[in-house]
Design a protein around this ligand. Structure first.
Ligand code: SF4
Length: 454
C-alpha cells in the first residue's frame, strides 16, 4: 500500500468518538430487562456451529494501560475455584444447545489465560470436550502473556487441542514498557514465540498497541522491526483506548500520551511497514500473512467481527463463559456478571449468571449485516446485500447513502451505481464509514460513551 496523505483538517474532522463495532448495537445498549436464552430444539434443521469464548480474569500484575475486566492476584488457588464454576456454567449452557451443534472455534481470553497451571489448562480442555461436541477441525486459540508462559503450559495447551496462540507484545521499547508497567524484554517474547513454534502451533499472532504513552515514530518503528524479526503469522495492532472515566489508572500517564496526529502517523507507519513486508491488511487493526486463515477468510468473504476483533468464522453462535463474558446466540446478546462473587452466587443457585442482554430487532439485524460488510469486506454490493438480508438496499438506506457525500468528497469512499467501496484512505477511518449506518449513534454520542476513532 502506498503512503496515504492525511491532512490535519481531515484528521480533526474524523477523529471523533465512535464504537468499535464488535457488536451491533454496541454493548452499552444491553439492559437488565431481557428475555433469557432460547433453547435450541433438536430437529432436522441444522443449527449454526458454535464458537466458545472463555474469560479467564486473573492476572499476576496490573498493566496501567489495561482496559480489560480482570482481577489481580497471586493466589493460585483462585483459578482452581474458577474452573469449578466454569464447569457449572458449561453444564447449564450445554442443555440449551442442540446435540447436532458442533464447536468450530474456541478462544481463551482475559485477564491472563496462562495464569492457569498446566494441569488446569488440560482440565479446561477436557471439560469443554465433555459438554460440547467438537467438529473434525477446530480453530482453538489462547491469549498468552509471555511473562508467565512455560514450556509445560505450551504443551498443556497443545494437549488440550489449542492450535493458535496470540502473544501480548504491546511495545518493545523499555521506556514505554516501564510507563505502562509491563516490562518484558524482547528475549522473553522471542523465547515464548520459539516454544509455541516448536510445539506445532499453526498460527501465532502478536498483539501490539499504538498510541501508548511515550511512543514516537522512531520507537514504534523499532517495535515493529523487533516484532517482524520473529515473523508472526498475524498481527493485531490495536489503537490504545483512553477511557480514564472507566479505568482511572490510565490517568497516571496522561501527560505522555501521543496526540491524534502522532497516533495516525503510527498507524500509517504500521500499515506501510507490514504491507511492505508482505502482510495482508485485513481491516481496522489486523494483518496476516497471505497463506494464513484470516487472509483467506478475507478473500473468501467469510470474515466476521465479534468481541475478540476479527474472526474467520461467519454465522456461528457465540457462547461466552466466565465473569463478564458476552454471548451472541440466535439474534440475542447476553452478558455475564462482571463481579466474581455474583457470578459465583448465581451458579451456586443453579442459574445462568446473566446480568444484561439485548434482543436484536429486524432493523438491528439489517444494520448489523451492513456494518459487518463495511468492516470486514470494505465494500457493499447493493444487489448481494439486498438478497442476503431481504431488503431493497438502496431504497432502505437512501438517506444514509445520500449522507455519504462528504465522505466521498474527502476520498474515504467511492460510490458506484451498484455499491460503495471503502478506499485505502477510508480504511484508516473505517469506523466513521460504519457509523453512517448506525441508527443509535446520535443518542450514544450525546451520552459520551466512546473512545476516539483514531
Ligand atoms: S493487559 Fe493483560 S496482563 Fe495486563 S492487566 Fe490487562 S489483562 Fe492483565
Amino acid at each position: 500500500m502506498n503512503q496515504i496523505f492525511v491532512s490535519l483538517e481531515l484528521l480533526q474532522k474524523y477523529n471523533v468518538p465512535g464504537p468499535r463495532y464488535t457488536s451491533y448495537p454496541p454493548a452499552t445498549h444491553f439492559s437488565e430487562d431481557f428475555p433469557g436464552p432460547k433453547p435450541q430444539v433438536s430437529s432436522l434443521k441444522p443449527h449454526p456451529p458454535l464458537s466458545l469464548y472463555f474469560h479467564l480474569p486473573f492476572c499476576a500484575r496490573q498493566c496501567l494501560y489495561c482496559g480489560c475486566t480482570n482481577i489481580v492476584t497471586n493466589d493460585q488457588s483462585k483459578s482452581v475455584e474458577y474452573l469449578g464454576y466454569l464447569e457449572r456454567e458449561m453444564s447449564l449452557r450445554s442443555k440449551l444447545v442442540a446435540d447436532s451443534s458442533e464447536v468450530v472455534q474456541i478462544q481463551l481470553g482475559g485477564g491472563t489465560p496462562t495464569f492457569l497451571l498446566p494441569e488446569e489448562i488440560e482440565q479446561l480442555g477436557q471439560m469443554t470436550r465433555s459438554y460440547f461436541p467438537m467438529a473434525a477441525t477446530i480453530e482453538a486459540g489462547a491469549e498468552i502473556d509471555p511473562r508467565c508462559l512455560t514450556p509445560e503450559k505450551v504443551q498443556a495447551l497443545r494437549n488440550a487441542g489449542f492450535n493458535r496462540a496470540s502473544l501480548g507484545v504491546q511495545d518493545t521499547n523499555p521506556e514505554v514498557q516501564k510507563t505502562i508497567t509491563r516490562v518484558q524484554p524482547l528475549e522473553l517474547v522471542a523465547e515464548a514465540n520459539q516454544w509455541l513454534r516448536d510445539s506445532g502451533m499453526e498460527s501465532i499472532n502478536f498483539d501490539l498497541i499504538y498510541g501508548l504513552p511515550g511512543q514516537s515514530v522512531a520507537s514504534f518503528s523499532q517495535t515493529l522491526e523487533d516484532a517482524l524479526s520473529l515473523s508472526p503469522d498475524r498481527f493485531a495492532i490495536y489503537s490504545y483506548a483512553h477511557i480514564p472515566w472507566i479505568k482511572p489508572l490510565q490517568k497516571s500517564f496522561e501527560d505522555k500520551l501521543p496526540d491524534a496526529g502522532m497516533k495516525l502517523k503510527l498507524l500509517q507507519l504500521t500499515i506501510e511497514k507490514l504491507t511492505g513486508t508482505g502482510y495482508v491488511y485485513i481491516g481496522m487493526d489486523h494483518f496476516a500473512k497471505p497463506d494464513d486463515a484470516m487472509a483467506q477468510a478475507l478473500a473468501s468473504g467469510t470474515l466476521q467481527r465479534n468481541f475478540q476483533g476479527y474472526s474467520t468464522h461467519k454465522g456461528v453462535d457465540l457462547h461466552g463463559f466466565g465473569m463478564s463474558a458476552i454471548s451472541h446466540v440466535g439474534g440475542r446478546y447476553f452478558q455475564n456478571h462482571k463481579d466474581l462473587s455474583t457470578y459465583y452466587a448465581d451458579l451456586t443457585d443453579g442459574k445462568l449468571p446473566l446480568v444484561r442482554g439485548y434482543t436484536m430487532t429486524e432493523e438491528d439485524q439489517i444494520r448489523y449485516a451492513t456494518i459487518m460488510h463495511i468492516m470486514c469486506n470494505l465494500y457493499i454490493d447493493y444487489d448481494r446485500l439486498s438478497a442476503e438480508i431481504g431488503i431493497d438496499f438502496p431504497d432502505h438506506f437512501k438517506e444514509e447513502i445520500a449522507s455519504l457525500e462528504d465522505l466521498e468528497a474527502d476520498g474515504l469512499i467511492r460510490r458506484e451505481t451498484g455499491g460503495l467501496h471503502v478506499t485505502p484512505l477510508g480504511r484508516l477511518f473505517i469506523r466513521i464509514v460504519a457509523m453512517r449506518f448506525d441508527a443509535y449513534l446520535q443518542t450514544d454520542l450525546r451520552q459520551g460513551r466512546y473512545s476516539k476513532t483514531v
